[in-house]
Design a protein around this ligand. Structure first.
Ligand code: NAI
Length: 463
């Protein structure tokens, strides 16, 4: 039957398309239903174009200091429109890459919005597709505004990352509401492009899910650069005008007002679960509004699975992709390794980058764990000095008794790359001694990882 497949996946983002590839690798027939471009938010209006813009921001920052490196470039001008167009080309390339992967793996791509039906079916327009083994929901998430305080996204003065990624020109001033990954990354980008940025975070510190030392380092770095950082401050009301927005802010009882040309909402994302037939198929939600899944990612309805953002936090592409692989392997009759949700790396690609794995020091305290912290600053690392990237540190929290890595936190250039050594170590339950046993090449920034491991044992060499 033309409309019958082993697996039908609703949503072609990093969770969905990866699930399709793995299913095809294992000999299953798979179809992906996608209404927009393949690759989802990540490829089209998320991770990938943002990283392209962050690289433009990095170049702008680097050029400002180039004289110190013996390279003079004259006056520097920035053009967001040019950077934006470059980022679009990067996104398009990636999306085309996903199209190619679908063809290569003989995955059928159905264009349109799918609605689940009982009996492992999905309706797209007038067509009904039937899955022999399972339907996988991977519909992802979208930006949410805060309409209750007047901050509804209007795409001109109140924008989300979706619009920010398509701007031809930057506003003169911008308030960013929320200092999670989205807020941090866009504050970095827009500041580099000459915008007066005010970053507002309701919780006591920016990047609140990261270790407090990482938050502090970033707050200092941003303030030094001229970004206005207001933490412990809630936006309580907004008056949205034609070309300006006035925000009323309550900073622990102290009232403030911020007037800006535009506001970027970065206060979290909402999952795409409406109008896709969940209820009709008996698929239940959690209290927090995600799709309820068991450890195999099966929903409350047999034959329906959920992966990626809709299946719960962390709402990260790499977590979704891993879930996609797991479901495909389960459907093919394998018994895949369980996903260690406590070992999903978290990376914020602002400058300096922030990357972490496992517990923060505060979480270790809350859990009354017996731990020892090891630290190594990049200011003491030869490679970092050579490239002038001495901001930040590596921090490792070691379990005192067994030497296990409870958590690791890196702030600095290339933190996003360096964290994986520690992710592998944690996944395999290596001790800090075992991390240091592997010889780290000199001079590299990764030496700071080995030094932080040694510091947690009281044996640091270079400070
Ligand atoms: P988030 O939930 O990570 O952060 C939102 C922040 O907004 C929170 O810290 C919250 O306290 C603050 N907030 C909420 N209401 C507020 C108010 N009225 N006033 C001031 N602050 C307020 O959400 P975000 O950054 O929008 O990201 C959404 C999802 O996408 C997250 O799961 C994030 O991890 C993921 N993401 C990951 C990236 C990465 O891995 N580099 C990049 C971008 C997004």
């Amino acid at each position: 039957m033309a409309n019958s497949f082993d697996v039908i996946i609703l949503g072609g983002g990093p969770a969905g398309y990866v699930c399709a590839i793995r299913a095809a690798q294992l000999g299953l027939t798979a179809a992906v239903i996608e209404r927009e471009k393949l690759g989802g938010v990540c490829v089209n209006i998320g991770c990938i174009p943002t990283k392209a813009l962050l690289h433009s921001a990095y170049i702008a920052g680097l050029l400002k200091e180039s004289k110190d490196f013996g390279v003079e470039v004259g006056s520097i001008t920035t053009d967001y429109g040019v950077a934006m167009k470059r980022s679009r080309r990067v996104s398009d390339q990636n999306s085309k890459g996903v199209e190619f992967l679908m063809k290569k793996n003989k995955v059928t791509v159905v264009k349109g919005s799918g609605v689940l039906q009982p009996g492992r079916k999905v309706k797209v327009g007038s067509e009904v597709y039937e899955a022999k083994k399972a339907v996988v929901v991977a519909t992802g998430s979208r930006v949410k505004g805060i309409p209750q305080i007047g901050l509804e996204i209007n795409k001109t003065t109140v924008i989300s990352s979706d619009e920010a990624l398509l701007l031809e020109q930057v506003p003169q001033s911008l308030a960013i509401v929320g200092a999670g990954a989205v807020g941090m990354e866009f504050a970095d980008i827009f500041h580099a492009f000459g915008v007066k940025v005010t970053l507002i975070e309701a919780l006591p510190r920016i990047l609140p899910i990261e270790d407090a030392e990482a938050s502090d380092a970033l707050a200092k770095s941003y303030k030094k650069r001229g970004i206005d950082v207001i933490a412990g401050a809630k936006v309580t009301k907004a008056a949205v005008g034609k070309d300006k927005v006035t925000l009323a802010i309550d900073a622990g009882g102290e009232k403030k007002q911020v007037v800006v040309a535009a506001v970027l909402m970065a206060a979290g994302r909402a999952v795409n679960i409406e109008d896709i037939g969940l209820k009709e198929c008996g698929i239940q939600l959690t209290e927090r509004g995600f799709i309820k899944v068991d450890k195999n990612l099966q929903t409350s309805a047999a034959g329906y699975y959920a992966i990626g953002d809709v299946a719960g936090p962390p709402m990260l592409a790499h977590k979704g992709s891993r879930e996609g692989v797991r479901v495909a392997e389960i459907l093919a009759g394998h018994r895949p390794h369980a996903i260690r949700y406590d070992n999903v790396p978290s990376v914020t690609y602002c400058h300096p980058e922030v990357a972490s794995i496992g517990l923060t020091e505060d979480q270790c305290k809350e859990q009354k764990l017996d731990y020892q912290v090891g630290r190594f600053p990049f200011s003491a690392n030869g490679r970092a000095r050579g490239s002038g990237e001495t901001e930040g540190f590596v921090k490792i929290v070691r379990d005192k008794k067994y030497g296990e890595i409870l958590g690791a936190h890196i702030v600095g250039a290339h933190a996003s790359e360096m964290i994986h050594e520690l992710a592998v170590a944690r996944e395999n339950e290596y001790t800090v001694e075992e991390v240091d046993l592997a010889i780290h090449a000199h001079p590299t920034m990764s030496e700071a990882v080995a030094e932080a491991a040694l510091d947690s044992l009281g044996r640091v060499l270079h400070v």
